[in-house]
Design a protein around this ligand. Sequence first.
Ligand SMILES: Cc1cc2nc3c(=O)[nH]c(=O)nc-3n(C[C@H](O)[C@H](O)[C@H](O)COP(=O)(O)OP(=O)(O)OC[C@H]3O[C@@H](n4cnc5c(N)ncnc54)[C@H](O)[C@@H]3O)c2cc1C
Length: 406
Amino acid sequence: MDLTERRDLRGGHPCWVAIDDNTLTSDPIPSDSVDIAIVGAGVMGAMLGERLSGEGRRVLLLDRRPPAHGSTAASTALVMWAADVPLTRLAGTIGMAEAARRWRRVFAAVERLAARIDDAEIECGRIDRPELYLAGTLLDEQALRAEAEARRAAGLPSDYLDAATVAGRFDIAPRAALLSAGSYEVDPVRLTLGLLAKARARGAAACFPFDVARIEQTGGGSMLHGADGRRIEAKTVILAPGYERAVWFLPAAFTVGSSYAIATAPGRAPLWRENAMIWEASSPYLYTRATADGRVIAGGEDEDFDDARQRDALIETKRGTISAKLAAMIAVEDITVDCAWAAAFGSSPDGLPAIGRARNHDNLWLASGFGGNGVSFAALGTELIAAALSGATDPDAECFDPYRFS
Ligand SMILES: Cc1cc2nc3c(=O)[nH]c(=O)nc-3n(C[C@H](O)[C@H](O)[C@H](O)COP(=O)(O)OP(=O)(O)OC[C@H]3O[C@@H](n4cnc5c(N)ncnc54)[C@H](O)[C@@H]3O)c2cc1C
């Protein structure tokens, strides 16, 4: 069996124009062993590569696709600290103290990522946005009030707004909501390519296409075997293969389904006030944001199945459903869609990622950002793995351990 699954990760046409830039060329495969090999050059791999090369390590990124051509290219990239499973729901399974600890840690990682993007001047259209979380089938008004209280008690910046206030302030359909600070939008493809450029400037190599078929433990680390017979040795390997799961190592609790998104033509947005990022406390949820060039993006309508043909056959239907739901949510007559796409989408029972040491293989790490906050989880994964590799003990590492459900 291959090291990772093979999937058609996305169908249709995502709105990020940087995907069409094919000027990026591969580096040659290093002739000797490297300190760290990262399998996957999406946002997770690129963020890790940027950080670890900055710490003086020889880093090699390997990808079977060009960088940022996997799920990252399908992302709608609302960079938020609030996860798919509400804080109060998570507290129901692991207790409030533990739930709050996880949420605070994601919040901090999101905050530090913003500072990093700004300091490093990575041009990815990062803009702070208010985040509006509307009452839905998962949390009604009363449950939303409790969620606001729990978040505030945890030190997280969310306030409850009643339906009339939401309608008056944001000019959308009346629905109670939580208004939160600390979130922002990015162009996920430009972010990934920007991080990769920084990593390469510090000596990291990015080799593609390189399909890692197998890894084998050696005396000095691991030998990575390409599907075409090429080989490279690394002291440490980080698996960042996105939703093409490393099934030998990633527990079955981390599942893959399908998700859908649409975008209007540029120049239409925003269609509501304050350019907030809006989503709803429902399962599956609808969400929307604007882009720097004035598109309205919306997504949701998730399905449990992961078959790409079945998924893509529904793009037209989902395009209609999402645009109709969006029109109702933001109280406009109708939405004219410019592009629509579908993609694999990974979830976990607690809405949190799988980050940590792999079992049964030395010096192998998993960095799988399952859940709707994949970009935020890339920031978190980078912090946790970088700390561990430098010998530090991160007190929150256990919270995101891949084997926490077993
Ligand atoms: C429709 C949609 C909307 C989303 N919206 C948001 C959002 O609003 N906010 C947010 O934070 N997140 C969002 N996400 C989630 C987020 O985009 C993803 O979690 C994130 O982009 C995944 O990045 P990654 O680097 O882990 O995976 P990828 O970008 O898929 O990169 C993994 C790479 O690994 C490579 N690979 C896999 N196996 C091998 C192998 N054996 N050898 C070599 N290469 C290999 C693949 O080719 C791929 O390029 C969304 C996702 C989707 C699909």
